[in-house]
Ligand binder design. Structure first.
Ligand SMILES: Nc1ncnc2c1ncn2[C@@H]1O[C@H](COP(=O)(O)OP(=O)(O)O)[C@@H](O)[C@H]1O
Ligand SMILES: O=C(O)C1=C[C@@H](OP(=O)(O)O)[C@@H](O)[C@H](O)C1
Ligand SMILES: [Mg+2]
Length: 166
C-alpha cells in the first residue's frame, strides 16, 4: 500500500488544504501526519511542543510518517518539518512526492491567520525565512514535482491531479 501522492512544503504552503481537495477530487481518503500525531498523543501539536519539546515531537512525527507511508493509499500531507529526518527522506524516495512552493509573503500571511504553529511563535517572518532557506534543498531532494501555490487552492489541487494522470 502506498499513498497516491505525498505533499511536502513549508508551513502555510497549503499541504493540508490542497491535500484534502486532491483527495476529494480523486475520491480517496485524506490523511495528515499532524492529525495522526495529535490523535495518537491525545494532545495538540502546540501542547506536545510545550510539554515535551521539539525532539519528542520529531520522534512522534518520524513514526507517524513511517506508518502512514506504509498503510495509507490515499493522499498524505506531512508537517512542514517532517523532511528534516534523514531516514524519512530515504523512505520518501520510494513515493510520489509533490513540493508545494510558497513565497515568504504568502506563507507569513497564511500562517498568521491560522491555527497555532509553535515553531513560528514570536518572529513569524524571520523564522519562516530561515526555515524555508534551510529546508528548500530537502523539499527539492524528495520531490518529483514542484507546484506553485500563488493561486487558489483549487488550481494547485488541479495541477497535482493532472500530474497523476487521473
Ligand atoms: N493557495 C492558497 N491560497 C490562499 N490561501 C491558502 C492557500 N492554501 C492554503 N491557504 C490557507 O492558508 C492557511 C494554511 O493552510 P494549510 O493547508 O494549513 O497549510 P500547511 O498545512 O501547508 O501548513 C489556511 O488558512 C488555508 O486556508
Ligand atoms: O514546519 C514545522 O516544523 C512544523 C509544521 C507544522 O505543520 P504544517 O507545515 O502543516 O503547518 C507542524 O508539523 C509543526 O508545528 C511543525
Ligand atoms: Mg498542515
Amino acid at each position: 500500500m502506498s499513498p497516491v501522492v505525498v505533499l511536502v512544503g513549508a508551513p502555510g504552503s497549503g499541504k493540508s488544504t490542497v491535500g484534502r481537495l486532491v483527495a476529494d477530487t480523486l475520491g480517496v481518503l485524506f490523511r495528515d501526519s499532524d492529525a495522526d500525531i495529535e490523535a495518537a498523543a491525545g494532545q495538540q501539536i502546540s501542547e506536545i511542543f510545550v510539554e515535551h519539546g521539539e525532539p519528542h515531537f520529531r520522534a512522534l512525527e518520524k513514526a507517524a510518517v513511517k506508518e502512514a507511508l506504509a498503510a495509507h493509499d490515499g493522499v498524505l500531507a506531512l508537517g512542514g518539518g517532517a523532511i528534516l529526518d534523514a531516514d524519512t527522506r530515504i523512505l520518501l524516495k520510494e513515493h510520489r512526492v509533490a513540493f508545494l512552493e510558497v513565497t515568504l509573503a504568502d506563507a507569513a500571511s497564511r500562517v498568521g491567520l491560522n491555527r497555532d504553529r509553535p515553531l513560528l511563535l514570536g518572529n513569524v517572518r524571520g523564522t519562516l525565512l530561515k526555515l524555508m532557506d534551510e529546508r528548500r534543498p530537502l523539499y527539492e531532494e524528495v520531490a518529483v514535482l514542484t507546484v506553485r501555490t500563488d493561486r487558489e487552492p483549487e488550481e494547485v489541487a488541479a495541477e497535482i491531479v493532472e500530474s497523476l494522470g487521473k
